[in-house]
Unconditional design. Structure first.
Length: 92
């Protein structure tokens, strides 16, 4: 059940955009997501997973992702590194 809820949050974030999970926040890099004290672990994971999605791949630069409203793209490696760090911090 928990996995289904998390998947639904990820699907929603990909469709609508991660900005729905971070209104008014200034998140420019994946590390900003990790450092945000106001986001839950699930929200952090959903934002990073959505950010890593091919949906946000930059045309002609498939190794980069750019969220709507962001000034510059971020490499997929940086996003995946943040996801690994998040998983390492909160493994059960």
């Amino acid at each position: 059940m928990e996995n289904a809820i998390l998947q639904q949050a990820i699907d929603c974030a990909v469709t609508i955009g991660p900005a729905v999970l971070m209104p008014g926040m200034q998140l420019r890099r994946p590390i900003d997501v990790l450092r945000s004290p106001s986001l839950s672990v699930d929200d952090k994971r959903a934002i990073l997973a959505a950010w890593a999605s091919d949906f946000y791949a930059v045309d002609s630069k498939p190794a980069f992702r750019q969220l709507p409203g962001m000034n510059e793209p971020v490499s997929i490696d940086e996003i995946q590194s943040a996801l690994k760090e998040l998983d390492g911090r909160y493994q059960s």
